[in-house]
Design a binder for this molecule. Structure first.
Ligand SMILES: NC(=O)c1ccc[n+]([C@@H]2O[C@H](COP(=O)([O-])OP(=O)(O)OC[C@H]3O[C@@H](n4cnc5c(N)ncnc54)[C@H](OP(=O)(O)O)[C@@H]3O)[C@@H](O)[C@H]2O)c1
Length: 201
């Protein structure tokens, strides 16, 4: 069945690959802060609600967004730690909390974390904490969602497309292609999984 999918973060390294994968079978509505047709800021309830009202009911909602703070623990301030909490964690959770009411019965939500949840790197304490928070939210939310709604999270390793920028932070890690990570989003949208962390590494 052809589904209507809202993809927030569609212009990013990961989002572009997810859009390409899902467009093969589905209608993908792309959104981000700078999207010409569907601008949205996941930092604002009003902005997210306005987008959801504008596009109408959907069968799936995906977030491939979120910045965290990278920096040494010994110099990390609580203000810096807040950046990841507000941007990546609350931004994705906001989309899920508000978006659940705009999903058709049996619809799904798919969020994004990353390998740092389980395999920390130097300067990555904020990223690991934020990712673990999102995965905890997903595990619990899956048990409460009504109407056959499902929620999952995709956790990719560092992407090949971003390797040049991040290689020094990820010594000995194996990068994966964004196209491979995108398959996990399709499994979440078109499969039956609920409360699952799809690890792509
Ligand atoms: N790159 C990697 O190697 C990698 C590996 C594992 C996990 N991840 C995770 O995957 C996610 C995406 O990473 P990426 O590398 O694809 O990032 P990216 O290239 O920077 O793309 C981020 C996307 O999110 C949108 N966005 C950012 N802030 C937003 C906001 N407040 N509201 C709405 N849209 C917003 C951006 O568009 P606008 O600027 O127009 O808003 C863009 O479309 C992140 O959670 C990251 O931690 C990335």
């Amino acid at each position: 069945m052809k589904k209507r999918i809202l993809l927030v973060g569609a212009s990013g390294t990961l989002g572009k690959a997810v859009a390409t994968q899902l467009r093969q079978q589905h209608e993908v509505i792309t959104a981000s802060r700078s999207d010409a047709q569907h601008p949205v800021d996941l930092g604002s309830d009003n902005s997210v609600n306005a987008l959801l009202r504008a596009i109408g009911p959907v069968d799936a909602i995906i977030a491939t967004t979120g910045n965290v703070h990278f920096g040494p623990l010994t110099r990390m301030s609580t203000t810096q730690f807040q950046q990841g909490l507000q941007d990546k964690l609350l931004g994705q959770v906001r989309l899920a909390l508000l978006g659940q009411h705009h999903l058709n019965d049996g619809g799904s939500i798919t969020l994004t974390t990353g390998i740092l949840t389980e395999q920390p790197i130097a300067q990555g304490a904020n990223a690991t904490a934020v990712n673990a928070g999102i995965e905890g939210f997903v595990r619990a939310a899956a048990l409460e969602l009504p109407r056959g709604l499902r929620i999952n999270v995709v956790s990719p390793s560092v992407l090949q497309e971003a390797w040049d920028a991040y290689a020094d932070f990820f010594p000995g890690f194996e990068a994966v292609s964004a196209a491979r990570a995108a398959l996990a989003y399709q499994r979440s949208v078109d499969g039956i999984a609920n409360g699952q962390v799809f690890k792509v590494w």
